[in-house]
Design a binder for this molecule. Structure first.
Ligand code: ATP
Ligand code: MG
Length: 367
């Protein structure tokens, strides 16, 4: 903790006052002393002179003595008048200097007080920041706990819905089937949303657990694409996989599949209804493997490219509104990729020009 900094009292002012006091001493004592000494020396000289004259029997002429005495008296009077005036001036100057010193001292105290106040404010600010971070962490922990608790009642809902649709409990009318299918799809969306929220919270709390194993990325790409293949075919979107090499990484296969799935599902929602094209490319550069998901969709404006990775951010377009989603997918992808020591980013030449999502993962040295 920094201590209050005291500004030193202005030394020069003190020095000025001390020198003025020395001048007073000179005027008060030294000048009269010199004058008295001169008178005494003069008197001794005169007395000596006249005693010699008297001894010789010469007639006594006192005029020079009177002139000398009168001169001395005039000199003394002048000295005392000048002395008094000088004293007055010196006193005035001393008072001025003392007033200046008092003012500087006051300014000094004010500055010290201001520094003290700013340090107190800084301490308060730091405390508020600390409290804010603590509150945010408590909020994150609370959300993580709540989302976890929300998952529990959803499991039986989903289970019973699946059971009803399996007709093991009897056949359903078309209306009943339709309504139960709606419940099924809503509960699936809800489970996914809760899972996404949990993932975001875990990433933010630094609690995302990864089960890292040596994995060949081409294997992950193939299995993810074949899982989504029926949907791709259903929407008549052509998909191309380009494997330039086959690097292996120390990674959590399920989480990397989650990243790739979100990128491909996003692309599927933004490619044109006819002639949609998606390509997945695997390359390696230096020590990093890189996966690129490219589409010929609506594209992304330059100013949105970085914001996409902020949680809940969605570009406000009719296409986005039509497809729904929560805007959590890419922030989870970022958390997963960064927890693997990689990077993720988006590229696009602009609206209508398609989009590319790149992510890197550190390669294993043996490759
Ligand atoms: N391939 C793409 N082309 C154009 N825009 C995209 C593309 N991928 C993502 N975006 C934009 O980025 C936004 C954020 O994507 P993200 O995956 O984080 O959320 P989401 O897909 O909207 O919802 P969620 O993935 O949580 O269900 C999307 O809403 C969309 O606006
Ligand atoms: Mg998404």
């Amino acid at each position: 903790m920094e201590s209050v900094q005291y500004i030193p009292i202005v030394d020069s002012e003190e020095k000025k006052i001390v020198s003025t006091k020395s001048s007073v001493a000179i005027i008060k004592f030294v000048i009269p002393l010199v004058a008295v000494t001169l008178i005494m020396i003069g008197s001794i000289f005169l007395i000596d002179h006249y005693s010699k004259v008297t001894q010789k029997g010469a007639p006594e002429d006192l005029t020079p003595f009177y002139i000398f005495f009168a001169t001395l008296m005039a000199l003394l009077a002048i000295i005392f008048v000048v002395n008094a005036n000088l004293m007055k001036l010196v006193n005035i100057r001393t008072r001025e200097l003392q007033a200046e010193r008092d003012m500087l001292q006051r300014q000094n105290e004010e500055k010290t007080q201001l520094i003290g106040k700013s340090q107190t404010l800084e301490r308060q600010l730091q405390k508020s920041l600390y409290d804010l971070k603590k509150a945010e962490r408590s909020k994150d922990e609370f959300v993580a706990m709540i989302t976890h608790e929300l998952k529990a009642p959803l499991s039986p809902i989903k289970g019973y819905v699946d059971l009803l649709l399996s007709k093991n409990l009897g056949s359903l009318t078309d209306d009943q089937k339709h309504m139960i299918e709606l419940i099924q799809s809503s509960s699936k969306s809800l489970i996914r949303l809760i899972q996404d929220l949990l993932d975001v919270q875990k990433t933010e709390l630094g609690q995302l657990k990864l089960d890292k194993q040596k994995t060949y990325l081409s294997g992950i790409i193939s299995s993810t694409v074949s899982k989504i293949q029926p949907d791709l075919e259903g929407k008549r979107i052509s998909v191309k996989v380009i494997l330039q090499n086959n690097p292996s990484c120390l990674c959590d296969e399920i989480r990397i599949d989650q990243v790739l799935t979100n990128l491909i599902l996003n692309s599927m929602d933004f490619v044109p209804k006819e002639n949609g094209e998606i390509s997945i490319t695997l390359i390696s550069k230096n020590d990093m493997a890189e996966i690129i998901v490219k589409d010929n969709g609506t594209g992304i404006r330059n100013e949105d490219l970085e914001k996409l990775f902020v949680k809940f951010y969605q570009v406000d377009t009719s296409r986005t509104r039509e497809r729904g989603g929560s805007g959590l997918g890419l922030s989870i992808c970022k958390g997963i990729v960064e927890n693997h020591g990689g990077k993720i980013w988006a590229e696009s030449k602009g609206t209508g020009m398609g989009a590319e999502f790149h992510f890197t993962l550190p390669m294993l040295q043996s490759d």
